[in-house]
Design a protein around this ligand. Structure first.
Ligand code: SF4
Ligand code: SF4
Length: 457
């Protein structure tokens, strides 16, 4: 039986429960360059987006406090909760499907934790403290002037970046204008905002300077789900044990792995990929680049560590669509279709009009009868909308109860109105009635309802 004892403990924790600090070796290679380029665009998107406005409104806003959301310029309010919930379910199914096929590709290439850790904070650390061996030596060295300077310099920069991330998060939550306000005025004038930004920044600083890979290996729920999402057909960063084993020194008659440990030395989660797929692996591809560089040196084909499925490696078979993948894909298509249909049918102003329960009709002066109606009005736009409720049914007249309705932006409001009918015009007990809702002078909603009344005998 294969030795699987490595699965019983985390490589970053000693038997005594102490943290083993990971000093991943500086990397270079095709994948690392590609990841750097992808990260550049992701970071540019993250930091530039809060500054982009369309007609004075943020391109993206996640205002959970006021429950106002903007996705790519489209506003959503509390009334759209069902859309957000469906969008979230679709996203989860997409992630599940994607993970079942391509493993943790998201973690290695897109996840903000990996992007910031490996492409921002780690690079700064290499720049200030040098490669892994120098970092280790510095940590073990006594506290002299040089060490104090390097450590202080590094942590000040780390905190400034954490502060930038904290303010950016704030800009996504409350908008760039409010965030700039928080920055421009003394903290005492906006204490809540100031405390929130500081809490975000301290958390980011702690995660990237101290907690690091533990966020992926201990905390991240997505990481914990890998055990149920992956199967032997999933494409992951994998070591080709068929080709690599038995490992041994170069020039010995062994497999292709020369046991140089470079793949372990570059791993930011401190694992040995040659043990097989592990929960700690974030698919960052560093070990692929490292091993490829060794294979090139020893004049053997690249790809001893590569993107492959365990089944593909074992049986040398190509990737296959399993029934589980077909089911996930079908589910995803259905959810996407429903979401698109709901988004496309979403009108700027929505209304729902019903005759109020209770008294059927009331006699009014001037030989008129009245029915009471209840309207629920939804404004899905950025503008406050003056609302008019009218009818084009001959003989009917609408009288609003209370003040004229001005529907605030992204809100739901209720209104009550009466429909008055001349008794002489009533031919049957139930009369068909057409009601129209105008917002800012434009017809948005039209519905047929009934008027209950009877002619005086
Ligand atoms: S095993 Fe390879 S891909 Fe996985 S985290 Fe370590 S270096 Fe990255
Ligand atoms: S880098 Fe490649 S050759 Fe070196 S130990 Fe890892 S798998 Fe073996």
């Amino acid at each position: 039986m294969e030795d699987e004892t490595f699965r019983d403990h985390l490589s970053t924790v000693t038997k005594e429960g102490k943290r083993v600090w990971v000093y991943p070796k500086k990397q270079k290679g095709k994948f690392y360059t590609a990841r750097t380029i992808v990260s550049f665009f992701l970071l540019a998107f993250l930091f530039i987006t809060p500054w982009i406005k369309i007609d004075g409104h943020s391109l993206m806003l996640l205002n959970i406090f006021d429950r106002k959301f903007i996705f790519f310029g489209l506003p959503f309010g509390p009334q759209d909760f069902y859309l957000l919930a469906l969008g979230f379910v679709t996203l989860v199914v997409f992630i599940v499907l994607f993970t079942a096929v391509y493993g943790r590709i998201f973690c290695g290439w897109v996840c903000p934790q990996t992007v910031f850790m490996e492409m921002v904070f780690r690079k700064i650390e290499y720049f200030i403290e040098g490669d892994s061996s120098k970092q280790r030596a510095l940590d073990n060295a006594p506290w002299d002037g040089g060490k104090i300077f390097k450590k202080t310099f590094k942590h000040v920069i780390f905190f400034l970046i954490a502060l930038l991330i904290g303010n950016t998060l704030m800009a996504y939550l409350v908008g760039i204008d409010k965030t700039l306000n928080y920055i421009s005025y003394p903290p005492a004038e906006h204490l809540t905002g100031f405390i929130a930004v500081m809490v975000f920044s301290v958390v980011f600083y702690f995660v990237f300077s101290k907690f690091r890979e533990q966020a992926c290996t201990i905390v991240c729920p997505y990481g914990r789900l890998q055990g149920v999402l992956l199967d032997p057909n999933t494409v992951v960063v994998a070591y080709d044990n068929v080709r690599g084993e038995p490992r041994g020194k170069l020039n010995e008659t062994t497999g292709d792995c020369i046991d140089c440990h470079l793949c372990v030395a570059v791993c930011p989660t401190g694992i040995d990929i040659r043990n097989g797929t592990q929960l700690e692996c974030v698919n960052c591809t560093s070990c692929i680049d490292a091993c490829n560089s060794i294979m090139t040196k020893v004049k053997k084909p690249k790809g001893l560590i590569r993107y492959a499925s365990m089944k593909g490696i074992k049986d040398k078979v190509k990737f296959k669509f399993t029934p589980r993948l077909i089911l996930y894909s079908a589910l995803l298509v259905i959810l996407l279709s429903i979401l698109s249909a709901l988004l496309m049918s979403r009108s700027d102003i929505k209304a729902n009009i019903l005759r109020s329960p209770g008294k059927i009709y009331q006699e009014m002066p001037d030989n008129k009868l009245s029915n009471l109606y209840h309207a629920v009005l939804v404004n899905n736009t950025f503008k406050d909308m003056p609302i008019e409720i009218k009818t084009n049914t001959p003989g009917a007249e609408i009288r609003l109860i209370g003040k004229d309705v001005v529907l605030p932006s992204l809100s739901v409001q209720e209104a009550e109105f009466m429909v008055l009918y001349n008794t002489a015009d009533i031919k049957t007990t139930v009369t068909q009635l057409n009601i129209q809702v105008f917002a800012d002078g434009k017809l948005f909603y039209e519905t047929k309802t009934t008027f209950i009344g009877s002619q005086k005998k």
